[in-house]
Design a protein around this ligand. Sequence first.
Ligand code: HEC
Ligand code: HEC
Length: 291
Amino acid sequence: MRTLLAVALMTAGLAGAATPNLAGVWKADLTKSKVPGPPLTNYLVMIEQKSAVFDRRTKEEAPEVIETTGTWSQRGAMRSVLTAFDNGKPIVLSYEGVPTRLTGTSSGNTFTVIGLVAGRPDHFKRTYELSTDGQTLTINVEGEAGGHPQMSTVVLTKQPDAEGEPLRKPEELASVVFKNVKTETMKNMGSSDFINQMHYFSWSLGKPCTFCHVEHKFDADDKKEKKSARKMIDMVAAIDKDNFEGHPAVRCFTCHGDHAHPLQYPQFPDEIAAEAARNAQAAPANAPAPH
Ligand code: HEC
Ligand code: HEC
């Protein structure tokens, strides 16, 4: 009897320190929310929570939070997925296409995720605050991307699970959504994964979207860099197929490592300084996506 009571007390103690129950489907009240960019017609969030392996080497587990966000505007639908762990330890995962060091912690009704983009000053802090009745979730974001402050507040209310259907069904393919997608690799991606790849290209080469694109004419093939990039996409797919059983082992960063032209030798100190000076003046590498 006494052991049972002790176990019950311990569980209650643990529950107090656990991640707030954010799981479920949420819909933004757009009149109460502040989101930059084009006016939105709908904003849905689906959150899944479970225990998952945090460290593949030690098999250490931790509470995992997977947030899928869908936004709809006159420019179409966009989806983004954030995976974080609630154990106060950093982990590098891809977020919006770019390797990001994510650290999650919770306290009472609030779950917080700090994100730092690899190799860039870009960073963010997302807080998820649950109301005491568990029916209202406020997601606050503050940070910086490409030298610009980023701020948003989204007030969401709990929905029946069925409302999450638009986020559960597969996205339309890039070849359907965009006008001029030619590589086999990119054609079969979901449209948001495709845009995430674009962010990844910019990040890998340390160049803005306009390195390959004419502004506001993303479908145009006017720039030689865009045509080279298509060859590179096919080349990377072939290297992985022929040498790594199709696993994505070689990626743009493997050769480019933050440079438009891969280095042929380690840089000399004056070259490093000259490049740093050029980058400080250059346009931000992570310009916002056209959605
Ligand atoms: C290294 C070159 C490169 C960079 C940098 C780049 N893109 Fe692209 N982009 C491409 C290529 C190549 C395609 C076509 C892919 C294909 O044909 O499979 C493309 C296609 C697109 C399309 C589809 C246009 C259409 O209607 O066909 C969009 C939208 C797009 N890019 C947006 C972006 C954004 C936003 C950025 C910056 C975050 C960006 N791109 C950065 C190479 C680049
Ligand atoms: C196996 C190494 C390797 C990989 C992987 C690689 N590249 Fe390249 N890339 C090169 C080399 C080498 C050049 C030629 C550099 C030069 O012109 O100085 C180049 C050139 C380019 C150029 C042309 C630059 C210019 O100024 O015209 C673009 C754009 C480019 N790569 C994009 C990509 C993208 C996007 C990826 C990933 C899909 C990628 N590369 C993956 C090695 C690689």
